[in-house]
Design a protein around this ligand. Structure first.
Ligand code: FAD
Length: 396
């Protein structure tokens, strides 16, 4: 069968993009990933390389200077990048979500203003729903945008902004008073412009510093404090208030395919490392791969990688075909992240004591896999989405 995660029915262009990205990952990311990760150093050169390859504009339409590629192409590119270093896929993920939200929901002026510069990576996006008191329960946000004579003033505290320091455009979900009965219609997404960096990066916008994390290093994850940040009504995504929750959920839906793809990338790499190590390491007079317990572990790992890949591909293809895919995206994210954790754990066990050494890549993957269980909604939240949709579809 050859290598894992091959995809049927790709166009020549898709295959070419993937080949270029894979080469970039093998030559420019894998050799330096663990060192940069241990130093918690931002992958500046790698990000520059991705800009040159056009990855920041992969899904941005050609009329705005992007490559106009599909969600499937994007997901497969992310699988490749995460195979090299998951943090790098995180650099492009929030950017991609914000670009997607502007493409789908932005006014013509917002598209003109942001998409061409997002395609080149000059404008870099982050998105912000979570707060110190909530993540899963988005409806409970307390960050408020109050109307003024000429726009709004935003005040509140946001938490866990991936790329919060490096981004210069943040899609921020706020409560606004639209007088609607449903809490979901009293939320609005604002496009907040700021400088990249830390400290007061725009009037009333402070990015305190990087949150020290267990893994997912290199990339900056931050808080954001908004203190009477003044913003004009033109910065409401789509121009009209009250639609923020639905816009964010649309962004998160494609984000789930992305996290699923990242999980496949990590799991695939863990598999590669495990199968290689199992053929080199000997115990009781033979390579450990020849002990059936290890052989079975390898078989299970590969099957999980292939299953997760197939589910991510299916969800992406449905979206590309314009079909509903909330259930499929939730299933793909849940299966891929849970399998990722299991495959990494199996590879870790194959490595024996060396897996616990920071010299071995699997140590990094072990810490990265944990985040896949959380980002873009935990497995519990995916189960709620999947379960509720199924009850509707199978209503008696
Ligand atoms: C490194 C990192 C980067 C992140 N990047 C971003 C970002 O860029 N933008 C952003 O907005 N957010 C971001 N987040 C936040 C992330 O989306 C949330 O952490 C996640 O949604 C979980 O929310 P929480 O941490 O508040 O957990 P909680 O919602 O407090 O959940 C705690 C536990 O309770 C469970 N739980 C909660 N509600 C239910 C329920 N109804 N039924 C069953 N179980 C339930 C959860 O599954 C979990 O196990 C990031 C988080 C991390 C760690």
């Amino acid at each position: 069968m050859g290598s894992l995660v091959r995809t049927d029915g790709l166009t020549t262009e898709q295959a070419e993009i993937l080949a270029v990205v894979r080469e970039f990952v093998d030559k420019k990311i894998i050799p330096v990933a663990t060192e940069l990760e241990h130093a918690d150093e931002y992958p500046t050169e790698i990000v520059e390389g991705l800009r040159e390859l056009g990855i920041f504009g992969l899904m941005i339409p050609e009329e705005y200077g992007g490559l106009g590629e599909s969600l499937l192409t994007y997901a497969l590119v992310v699988e490749e990048i995460a195979r090299g270093w998951m943090s790098v896929s995180g650099v492009i993920n929030t950017h991609f979500i914000v670009a997607h939200m502007i493409k789908q929901h932005g006014t013509p002026e917002q598209k003109e203003r942001y998409l061409p510069r997002m395609a080149t990576g000059e404008v870099r996006g982050a998105f912000s729903m979570s707060e110190p008191g909530l993540g899963s329960d988005v409806s409970a946000i307390t960050t408020k945008a109050a109307r003024t004579d000429d726009g709004y003033e935003i005040t509140g505290q946001k938490m866990w902004l991936t790329n919060g320091g490096s981004a210069n455009l943040v899609a921020v979900l706020c409560k606004t008073d639209e007088g609607a009965e449903s809490v979901y219609r009293n939320m609005t997404t604002f496009l907040v412009e700021k400088e990249s960096g830390f400290g007061e990066t725009a009037q009333g916008v402070t990015i305190p510093g990087k949150i020290d994390k267990m893994g997912y290093k290199g990339i900056d994850t931050t808080e954001m404090i908004l203190d009477h940040h003044r913003v004009s009504s033109d910065q409401i995504l789509g121009g009209k208030p009250g639609k923020g929750f639905y816009q964010m959920m649309d962004g998160v839906e494609v984000g789930r395919v992305n996290v699923g793809a990242r999980a496949v990338g990590i799991a695939n790499r863990a598999f590669e490392l495990g199968i290689a190590y199992a053929q080199q390491r000997e115990s009781f007079g033979k390579p450990i791969a020849q002990h059936q317990a290890i052989l079975f572990r390898i078989a299970e790992m590969a099957t999980k990688v292939e299953t997760a890949h197939a589910m991510v591909v299916r969800a992406a293809r449905l979206k590309d075909a314009g079909e509903r895919m909330d259930v499929e995206a939730g299933m793909a994210k849940m299966v891929a992240s849970e399998y990722c954790k299991e495959v990494v754990e199996a590879s870790f066990r194959i490595h024996g004591g060396y897996g616990y050494s920071r010299e071995y890549e699997i140590e990094r993957l072990y810490r990265e896999a944990a985040f896949m269980l959380i980002g873009e909604g935990t497995s519990d939240i995916q189960k709620m989405i999947i379960g509720r949709a199924l009850l509707q579809d199978y209503q008696l």
